[in-house]
Design a protein around this ligand. Sequence first.
Ligand SMILES: *Cc1c(COP(=O)(O)O)cnc(C)c1O
Length: 362
Amino acid sequence: MPKRPYNLYAGPAILPQEVMAQAREEFMDIAGTGLSILESSHRGAAYSEINSTAQQDLRDLLNIPDSYSVLFLTGGASLQFGMIPMNFLQGGTADYVNTGAWATKAIKEAKLFGTVNIAGSSEDKNFSYVPAIDSLNLTPDARYLHICTNETIGGIRWPVFPDSGDVPLIADMSSEICSRKIDVSRFAMIYAGAQKNLGPAGVTIVIISDEMLTRCPDNLTTLLNYQTQAAKDSNYNTPPVFSIYIVGLVLKWLKKQGGVEAMEKINDEKAGLLYQMIDSTDFYRGTAEIADRSTMNITFRLQDEDLEAAFIKEGTAAGFIGLKGHRSVGGVRASIYNAFPLEGVKALVEFMKDFEAKHRGD
Ligand SMILES: *Cc1c(COP(=O)(O)O)cnc(C)c1O
């Protein structure tokens, strides 16, 4: 078999190779039933076990209190941008911090359902930093405060999270869930599209407190009401069984790696190597402010766009796939999620050194 390229795509993104191998192994026969998971009833015993085990494993990994539900929904993180205000804004005021492209999209949806107060923004500097927590202009009786903890395109993350007091804190963690320790009890709701750090596209993880569930209005389309989804154990309609199955395998894999704490250590090491390389020369220039740098999406520029194009082209030829920055911002982005190996980061650093030696002075 030819060597696989190093996959640096932002999403859908690299999956643990052990998970892929296990899925292949079990593809024709899930749990000794003689049927593939793809052709098994979502009300059958095999899927029931997958659903409940995946929920429990996520609870274990993130230390999720019993007073929260774990939901597996569809529509991507993008549908959550709309479901959140639909369920919780109801004509009131919500605070949003605008840290980049994804926060901006969440804000756009919320405006359809009530008043949005932009409590802070880093748009003035191209979303290269996270606004200081003590600078936030928070509404005392806001229905909730929404943040995007890791901006996948800008390559910034909240180093620490704001204390929203009695106002429920809601977070989009799509591109960093399970990459670092978090205290779930500080959040009223956390959501994440799986295809960055937890599995394939098609399922969105929602962690939501019982208290928030009591706030859902009863005049919503059934499927878009969190309460229904929680009451029916994410099985009100046919869930994306295959995606949830793979997420379950990824969660088992995470446990085997030592859990979130161990992942955080490795992620700090991986990101540290790349940032060290970037900071060691003026040939590369990191785009995020140092204190707010993401450990998942490493964004940087070279002297000009021609050199960036050459970097991406030669990188691709050398086996590094997906280095092109998001089309809205350009530049280079290396997405090094949980499943991206340390050895791949080391190889990328070597490539960067070689590329610089070859092209310095171009
Ligand atoms: C990718 C991404 C989204 C959108 O996810 P979809 O599942 O494509 O809707 C939202 N927020 C963040 C932070 C993301 O990285």
